[in-house]
Design a protein around this ligand. Structure first.
Ligand SMILES: Nc1nc2c(c(=O)[nH]1)N[C@H]1C(S)=C(S)[C@@H](COP(=O)(O)O)O[C@H]1N2
Ligand SMILES: [Mo]
Length: 210
C-alpha cells in the first residue's frame, strides 16, 4: 500500500516506484583502499590541492541525514537514511578561496555534476558512506557518494573522487547534455531550456569568447 505521508512529500511530476531502482551511466568501479583518495582542487584557500587518503577521510566526523531522493526520470526513493561526512566538514578541512561560488563534484570515469556553493553547503549535503545503516553497495556508490537530497539525483555523484572549487561555474556531465544547471525538483527544473538568467554559467569568462 502506498504510504499517504510519503505521497504528500513528492515533488511535482514524481512517483514512488516498486523497489529501489539503481541507475548510472557506465560500469561500477572497483574500490581499492590503498589507491583511493579524495582530491580537493581548484580555487582552494591555500592555492594548492589536497588529497585525503581513505584512512584520513574515514577519520572525519559523521552525520546522519534522513531524506527523499528524486530522479529526473520521475521516480523518487523515499525515506533514505544516509550517513557520512557533511560537505561542511570537508570544506572546513580544505577551505575554498574567497570568490568560490560553485563546486564540481567528480566521480570515477569522469562523471561530474556542478553545484552552487549554497547547495553544496546545505546542512543536508553529505559525502555518504552508508545507506540505511549498511555500507553503500558497489552499485550505489561504494565507498563514497555525495548526496544532495534537495536537488535531482543526477547531482548525487556516486564513487566520488574529487571536489573542484570553481570561481566560474561550469556544467557537469548531464548539465552539458541538456539538463538544468540547478535541478531543483520542487520547481521542476529538469531541462536547460527552462533556465532563467543567472541559473547557468555566464558566457563571460569562457576562453572561446574572451
Ligand atoms: N558516478 C555516477 N553517479 C551518478 C550517476 C552516474 O551515472 N554516475 N547517475 C546519477 C543518477 S541520474 C541518479 S538517478 C542516481 C541514482 O542513484 P541510485 O543508483 O542510488 O538510485 O545516481 C546519480 N549519480
Ligand atoms: Mo537520475
Amino acid at each position: 500500500m502506498p504510504d499517504p505521508s510519503e505521497e504528500s512529500r513528492l515533488p511535482p511530476g514524481q512517483y514512488i516506484p516498486r523497489g529501489r531502482p539503481v541507475i548510472h551511466y557506465g560500469r561500477v568501479p572497483q574500490f581499492r583502499p590503498d589507491r583511493w583518495s579524495l582530491m580537493v582542487f581548484g580555487a582552494t584557500a591555500t592555492g594548492g590541492e589536497a588529497r585525503l587518503s581513505w584512512p584520513e577521510f574515514s577519520a572525519l566526523p559523521r552525520v546522519t541525514v534522513l531524506a527523499d531522493f528524486h530522479c529526473v526520470t520521475k521516480f523518487s526513493i523515499m525515506g533514505n537514511e544516509w550517513r557520512g561526512v557533511s560537505a561542511d566538514t570537508l570544506m572546513r578541512a580544505v577551505p575554498p578561496a574567497a570568490g568560490v561560488g560553485h563546486v564540481m563534484v567528480w566521480g570515477e570515469y569522469g562523471y561530474s555534476a556542478n553545484l552552487r556553493m549554497s547547495d553544496f553547503a546545505r546542512e543536508t549535503t553529505l559525502f555518504a558512506t552508508e545507506l540505511d545503516e549498511k555500507p553503500l553497495t558497489p552499485e550505489r556508490g561504494h565507498p563514497v557518494r555525495i548526496v544532495v537530497p534537495h536537488l535531482y539525483a543526477w547531482k548525487s555523484v556516486k564513487w566520488v573522487r574529487a571536489v573542484e572549487y570553481l570561481v566560474d561555474d561550469r556544467r557537469g556531465f548531464w548539465e552539458e547534455r541538456g539538463y538544468h544547471n540547478v535541478g531543483d525538483p520542487w520547481r521542476e527544473q529538469r531541462y536547460s531550456y527552462q533556465e532563467d538568467a543567472g541559473d547557468g554559467p555566464s558566457w563571460f569568462g569562457h576562453d572561446h569568447i574572451t
